[in-house]
Design a protein around this ligand. Sequence first.
Ligand SMILES: [Zn+2]
Length: 187
Amino acid sequence: MLVNKRTPLSPADYQPELVAVSTSADRDGEAVRPEVDAALTELSAAMRADIGEGTHVFSSYRSYARQTELYNSYVAQYGQAEADTTSARPGHSEHQTGLSVDLMGTSGQCRLDTCFGDTAAGRWVAEHGWEHGFIVRYPDGLEGVTGYEYEPWHLRFVGVEVSTAMHQQGARTYEEFLGAGSAPDYR
Ligand SMILES: [Zn+2]
């Protein structure tokens, strides 16, 4: 399931099957598809075994209505051009698929900040996320392909088969792997 600035959700108000995120600091607040929660639990345990801290999800599924509120608040604050570099327009957010999460290490360093990529937790998810079916969806310097600035905290579940193939091929983005073409903007 590809979702980006040139490939909206269909239907726009698409809603996945959801369960509460087990590895969230706020269990009532976060939800993902069941297979994503299972993979996140494994990822967090493997990370804890390696570096002594697990992961906390702080953002996950967002409904079309919630994305509308969020995007509109960014536009009001920063203007549309700036908002479009960081927040998806309603119906274009990967968070609406139930397959994407924003996370941090349980130590809480660099929440929602690009410095997360330089923390032990950020380096671990970038290096090992694929072993559990996840990719860092918006890598550094590839805004022209993905349409978004570097977000080391935003992981997308693609399943172990796809993440392994991407790792083996050295594909840096989902767009590149699918041969889907770049999605730098809304056209
Ligand atoms: Zn995100």
